[in-house]
Design a protein around this ligand. Structure first.
Ligand code: SF4
Ligand code: SF4
Length: 352
């Protein structure tokens, strides 16, 4: 399994962080971005990464950051290049550029002309300290008017001001025809502290406990998304823990075939495979059975915070080092079920 270059048999995504600079400076920003962060990827490296992703038959490319639109010219070059290679592109942005509906229309028109296929916005109580919600609404309205779906990721915390509901009931959204309103899709995702020891407050039932552990699935980002980061490192997932967990960095944007090397190195690591098929909450719960001093219940509403904990906590690491191999048969069985058995059953083909 580990030496199989096609493992796991997923459609891979290349995520490109053109810059760590951002127009905002949210507390607990998962990518540690800010207006002062000056890390930038060279456009020549980005284009080489796109060429390699096309050769390795990656499924799509996501431009994220930082705020990718701060490198507007390079972003357009990269979207055009990916499009010419047949790679569909998505942009994740805080919409700081959509100061009016006209601004939003104009920017979006250029992005679509370059070949952009999908756009996602981020907002929430922390974001709106820097980017007013009206900018996100302008961008979302322009997006749906131009025929795309506007996906909006909203911070989920207890008693938030910005919510899915406040977006859908915004005056500009309500003025749209119902068919376009239906294309505005906000979804709420827990906002996590970067410190694995800090416990955030979430609505009831969000944080992992023994009672809801069976709902915690494997992490479908690790070994599926490879991230060219603005500081030249390559991440093996697109999660919020990626910049904080050195083990999730599996190469550098250097030389030739750097993506191929990163995929090989990441797939050789049992802990990443375990994360992929079981998820960090179940690993923490398993570790706590071996060492009851490990407390985890009710602490993690966002799985990447649980992931930072399992990589950083010496007690958890000790249990993994001593006893982790006992989980290998179960993890391999889950991998087989998810990679081969279930897809074969669904497609009606013989199970390998
Ligand atoms: S907008 Fe996004 S990238 Fe920028 S600081 Fe906030 S969370 Fe970080
Ligand atoms: S849970 Fe861990 S491996 Fe998965 S996306 Fe989050 S940080 Fe990455």
């Amino acid at each position: 399994m580990e030496n199989d270059p096609t493992f796991p048999s997923v459609e891979r995504t290349l995520s490109v962080m053109l810059t760590f600079a951002c127009s905002a400076e949210c507390r607990d920003c998962g990518t540690i971005s800010s207006p002062r962060n000056r890390h930038n990827l060279a456009i020549a490296d980005v284009l080489r990464g796109l060429d390699e992703a096309a050769r390795l038959q990656f499924h799509n490319v996501v431009f994220t950051g930082g705020e990718a639109t701060l490198r507007w010219g390079e972003l357009l070059i990269a979207i055009r290049h990916a499009t010419a290679l047949g790679l569909p592109t998505r942009l994740v942005t805080n919409a700081h550029w959509a100061k009016s509906l006209d601004d939003a229309d104009a920017r979006l028109g250029v992005l679509l002309e370059a070949g952009l296929k999908e756009i996602n916005f981020s907002t929430g109580d922390e974001h709106v300290r820097f980017v007013p919600l009206d900018h996100v609404i302008n961008a979302a309205v322009a997006t749906v008017r131009q025929g795309l779906t506007a996906y909006i990721m909203v911070e989920l915390r207890s008693e938030p001001l910005v919510t899915r509901k406040s977006i859908l009931s915004h005056r500009l959204v309500e003025q749209l025809p119902l068919s376009l309103q239906a294309l505005i899709k906000p979804s709420e995702s827990p906002w996590m502290p970067l410190d694995p020891g800090r416990v955030a407050s979430y609505p009831e039932g969000i944080a992992a406990t023994k009672e809801n552990l069976s709902n915690c699935l494997g992490c479908d980002s690790v070994l599926q998304t490879y991230v060219m980061q603005a500081d030249g490192r390559i991440g093996a997932c697109c999660g919020l823990g990626m910049r904080m967990i050195k083990e999730l960095n599996v190469g550098r944007v250097e030389g030739s075939n750097f993506l191929e090397g990163a995929i090989r190195d990441a797939g050789d690591d049992f802990l990443k495979i375990w994360l992929r098929y079981k998820g960090p909450e179940k690993i923490l719960a398993w570790a706590a059975k071996h060492d009851p001093e490990i407390k985890w219940e009710g602490m993690y509403g966002h799985r990447c915070q649980a992931c930072i904990r399992l990589y950083r906590d010496a007690r958890v690491r000790r249990v993994i080092a001593r006893s982790g191999l006992e989980m290998m048969p179960e993890v391999i069985q889950s991998a087989w079920l998810q990679e081969q058995y279930i897809p074969s059953k669904l497609s009606g083909k013989a199970v390998p």
